[in-house]
Design a protein around this ligand. Sequence first.
Ligand code: 6GU
Length: 227
Amino acid sequence: MRVDIVTIFPEFFGVLDVSLLGKARQSGLIDVNVHDLRDAAHDRHRTVDDTPYGGGAGMVMKPEPWGEMLDGIVTETTTLIVPSPAGHPFTQATARELAGREHLVFACGRYEGIDQRVIEHYADRIEVREVSLGDYVLNGGEVAAMAIIEAVGRLVPGVIGNPASLDEESHEAGLLEYPSYTKPAVWRDRAVPAVLLSGHHGAVDAWRREQRLERTRRVRPDLIGGE
Ligand code: 6GU
């Protein structure tokens, strides 16, 4: 998979060199390239934003630098991802879909947004996804893009050493993950649930299933259709 990121803060993405995704990059499974939007702004001050038509607070990102930059990056097989608090909710299902794409391009704008004609222009030509991480506001799309890249990247075949670990985790069955324990068996007077030491795999599976249901009912009733 190839990933291109367009941002006015390229330094943000240095962290992609470390951890799981750093290994995926080194092994060539995921090829990440970061681009500075200001390289496509040609006035003396390399201006990328301007005041909004119709008035109002904040600044809007100008279309011309985005057009020049994206024209040099996108191909007919690109999925363009625009992180925005006004986007469609990003879920594990979205992550699974995007993990099957060959080329993702992230357009990181400030939260007042990119001139909407940029999104419309590319949506006429390629797949464009405006996505939101949740109901709160970040200053720009950079942190959101990083979260999306991590969620998608770990689903790319070969990135996770043991793919079975992907099956039981939170959200993969529409439920939250069960609680986990390791040694010692007693820590600060707290014992690990006895069933986990029983060696009875059927009982362990049943207990974990019940824990997932109980936890999901308690903290995320909306996932079961309760609320
Ligand atoms: Cl994807 N972008 C921004 N700027 N803010 C957000 C978000 C995305 N998701 C939640 N808040």
